[in-house]
Structures are given as C-alpha cells and as structure tokens.
Design a protein around this ligand. Structure first.
Ligand SMILES: CCCCCCCC/C=C\CCCCCCCC(=O)SCCNC(=O)CCNC(=O)[C@H](O)C(C)(C)COP(=O)(O)OP(=O)(O)OC[C@H]1O[C@@H](n2cnc3c(N)ncnc32)[C@H](O)[C@@H]1OP(=O)(O)O
Ligand SMILES: CCCCCCCCCCCCCCCC(=O)OC[C@@H](O)COP(=O)(O)O
Length: 399
C-alpha cells in the first residue's frame, strides 16, 4: 500500500510555468553559504528571465516514507520561502536543515503520486461542488416556503431585491445614458423611465392611471405628489411626462450607482437641513425652468409618509410656481397600506390608483398668495387620496 504524502497545495498549477529546480551539485550549483546544504538562489526574478530549458521529467520513484529524504522536486525552492504549503515547511521556517535535495513543500511527492493525489483531489472538489449545488437548490426551493411562512423574510427579500434592481439597473443604465446623451440631461429620464417601468412586474404591482391629459400644459409646470415610500419611484416613472426632473434630498447623490443615474437624469438636489440653501436652489429652478422648458416634480411632504394620510406641505414648490408663474399640477397615488407596510413586514402585490388632477394656475399670484395656494392644493390632494384609497368619508370628519 503506497503511503500518500500530504496533498499538493492547490496552487501547484500556478508553478507549471516556472523554470525547473536549480542544480544542487556540480559546476552550475549555486555556492552554498553554510557549507552544509546547497542554498536556493536568492529571491530574484533573474532566473525567470534566462531562457528556460525544458523542465526535467520528475523522478518516477515511489514516494518515500515521511521523514526520509525526498526525491528532488522539479520546482524551484522559492516556494519554500514564501508559500504556506504542506506541513513540511515548518522545519524550513524554523531554520532546521532541509532534507537533502528536498526543495519545497508539496512538490516532493513524485508526479505519479501527485497524479493519484490529483484524482483524489478531483473527486473531493467535485463532491464539494455537488454539495454546494445541492445546498443552492435546497435554499432556492426553500425560499418561497420561507417567504410564505415568514412575512419578515418575505418583506426583506422583496425590498432587498428592489434595492438590488435599483443598484444593478443604475449601473447598467448609466453608461447607456452617457453614450446616448453624453452627460447630465433631462433626456436621460426617458431611458430611466423605460427601465424603471419594468420593475412593477417583478412585484406584481399594477397602476390604474387617470388624467394624464392634464400634463399637456403649454411649457413648464410644477408637479406635486404624495410620497409614501421608495416604491414611489415606480409610480413616478409610470406617469412621468417628458422633460420632467425631480427635486430630491442631496443625500441621494451618494447612493452609489443610483446617485449617479439620478444625477445624469437631471435631478435637482436640495439640502433639507438648510432652508436658506434650499431656497436658493429652488429660486434658481424658478429662473431656469422657463428657459429650459422643464417640468419639476416635487414631493411637498418633504419625506416619505406611509400612513395613508398626508403630512403638512412644505411651501417651496409653491414659491417656485409663483416665482416662475407656472401652473401647479397635483398628482395623487392611492394609499399603499393595503399591500405595503414596513412596520408590519407587509409587501405583497397590489393595485395603485393614480390620478393627475387639473392644473392650478398661478398667473398673477405673488409670494403672499403662497400659503393659500399651498393649503388649497393640500385639501384637493387629500380628498383625492382618501377617495382613491376607498376612504371618502374621512375628508368630511377631518376638514
Ligand atoms: C435605471 C434604474 C434606476 C433606478 C433608480 C432610479 C430612481 C428614479 C429616478 C429618478 C427620480 C429620483 C427622484 C428622487 C426623489 C426624491 C424625493 C425626495 O428626496 S423628498 C425630499 C426632498 N424634497 C423636499 O424636501 C420637498 C421640497 N421642499 C421644499 O420645497 C421646502 O420648502 C424647502 C426645502 C425649500 C424648505 O423647507 P423648510 O423645511 O424650511 O419648510 P418650509 O415651510 O417649506 O419653508 C420655511 C419658510 O421658508 C419659506 N420658503 C420656502 N421655500 C421658499 C422659496 N423657494 N422662496 C421663498 N421662501 C421660501 C416658506 O414660505 C416658509 O416661510 P413661512 O412659514 O411662510 O414664513
Ligand atoms: C444589494 C446592493 C444594494 C445597494 C443599494 C443601492 C442604493 C439604493 C438607494 C435607493 C434610492 C433611490 C431613490 C429613492 C427615492 C426616495 O424615495 O428617497 C427617499 C426620499 O424621497 C425621502 O427620504 P426620507 O426623508 O428618508 O423619507
């Protein structure tokens, strides 16, 4: 029964291109420093540069029992200095004399023994691969069951997949935007919209849209809509008119590939924590939206709100509309609470009703009228939200 030496380390194949072992005896042998054992050549690449003679055929002698000098290895000793290999490197590292003629860990067993080790190794690696395959199949089969049994798992996987879609699609779409449109321009929103509109199919979401004709106003406009969750991006892209950019919190610029793609799409970033700087940005928007003929989509609640009601509106969007003398077009999405609620780990398929309301003119209004304009828009949108969400009665109670 031939006793196997320890299995050659997996990096064995890395060395097949390295020149053969340096001769340890005779005129070409390197001078041994200690006189005891021939020292391997210094760690230089010089020998790598010399023309490489054909590697010698490795000895075909049987592997010897552990502890006795090993047959010469066809590989250089360099490995012994730098690589963790079979256990035999221990005595090298501790400065003990090297077994005569032995040149490095893991290469002393003769090729045919290594061959046997290879067969055993190949069997081991294929059984490992088979194991991984079986594990993967089990997880994939188990996932739907887990998602059925645990709302938390279902929610985490679906929302995680949503983020993954954002991240991957952004990374893939950014180069397309750069190639097609060359840089940051609202034209990229068309490409983004085309991609994001497919996301609803992954989550079993359907949009029922009414009033799209209300977007057909001459020139720029301010669009305001309720904001319930990150899922709003699908609703936004479902109805987004041409030449329309959004106002977003500046933190989004740093959301990896998503930050890049929304930058390329022309999104206007504001610092919510600094009213003055936000006002300046919005004032700039009021000036340029007319010349650029762009619509600007603002979420006047200023944050996500998935309660099924509206938060009080920030006034910035309405200041911009009055400053630019452009109409305000309210858009309302029905409540997500029937199919989406992070607090309850609820995220299933569902239907979202979307209504684009008639534009509210601002011609002739001044900044003094902004508060009234904001309240009027708030009331109309809240009434629509309750109606679309099947709760029309609530408006009377709370108005
Ligand atoms: C290919 C695959 C790709 C996958 C991924 C792609 C995804 C989809 C792609 C792309 C779409 C990306 C979409 C992103 C969307 C993100 C959304 C968000 O981030 S929502 C958070 C940011 N939005 C806001 O915050 C709302 C706008 N906010 C405002 O307008 C505020 O008014 C603001 C920030 C300007 C100031 O907020 P204040 O917190 O100070 O509160 P206030 O009451 O509004 O203002 C305080 C005082 O300042 C006056 N004021 C406000 N704005 C003014 C102005 N412009 N001029 C003059 N006075 C102004 C007001 O009249 C008020 O004064 P008096 O109370 O009346 O005395
Ligand atoms: C697996 C790899 C996943 C990597 C993650 C990629 C980063 C995904 C970031 C997604 C952000 C896309 C834009 C979402 C728009 C949105 O809905 O932002 C929230 C803001 O309106 C309001 O923020 P807040 O005040 O916090 O409610």
């Amino acid at each position: 029964m031939v006793k196997q030496g320890p299995k050659a380390p997996t990096y064995y194949h890395e060395w097949t291109q390295i020149p053969p072992r340096m001769p340890t005896r005779g005129p070409n042998a390197p001078s041994s420093h200690h006189g005891r054992h021939p020292q391997p050549p210094h760690r230089t690449t010089k020998h790598l540069r010399a023309p490489l003679p054909a590697p010698p055929q490795p000895p075909t002698s049987l592997p010897t029992a552990p502890g006795r000098p090993r047959p010469p290895s066809p590989c250089p000793p360099r490995l012994a200095e730098g690589r963790a290999g079979a256990g035999r490197t221990a005595h090298i590292r501790r400065g003990q004399p090297r077994a005569k003629g032995w040149k490095g860990p893991g290469f002393s067993s003769p090729r045919w023994a290594r061959g046997l080790g290879g067969v055993k190794g190949r069997e081991e690696s294929s059984s490992m691969e088979l194991g991984w395959l079986l594990w993967g199949a089990a997880v994939l089969l188990l996932l739907p069951v887990l998602m059925e049994l645990s709302p938390a798992v279902n929610f985490a996987l679906r929302i995680g997949f949503y983020y993954l879609l954002f991240f991957v699609c952004s990374a893939l779409t950014a180069p397309v935007c750069l190639l097609v449109n060359g840089g940051r321009t609202v034209k990229n929103m068309r490409i983004i919209k085309t991609v994001v509109k497919t996301f609803k199919y992954f989550f079993g979401l359907r949009f029922e849209v009414k009033g799209l004709e209300n977007f057909e106003v001459e020139g720029p406009a301010i669009i305001v809509s309720n904001h319930q969750s990150i899922l709003d991006m699908m609703g936004l892209m479902e109805v987004l008119p041409d030449n329309c950019v959004q106002v977003g919190k500046k933190e989004l610029m740093y959301a990896g590939t998503v930050g890049l793609i929304i930058y390329l799409g022309g999104v206007i970033f504001i610092n919510r924590k600094s009213t003055s700087s936000a006002k300046m940005v919005m004032a700039e928007v009021a000036k340029t939206m007319a010349t650029d003929n762009v619509k600007v989509w603002v979420y006047p609640e200023g944050t996500r709100n998935c309660t099924g009601d509206l938060l009080p509106f920030k006034k910035g969007a309405f200041h911009v509309a009055v400053q630019a003398q452009v109409p305000v077009i309210p858009v309302v999405y029905s409540s997500f609470t029937t199919f989406y609620n992070p607090k309850k780990n609820l995220f299933t398929s569902g239907k979202i009703k979307v209504e684009v309301l008639p534009p509210i003119e601002t011609k002739g209004l001044t900044s003094d009228d902004v508060s009234e304009l904001t309240d009027r828009c708030y009331r109309i949108m809240r009434e629509t939200l309750f109606r679309l969400s099947g709760r029309p009665g609530e408006v009377k109670d709370s108005s």
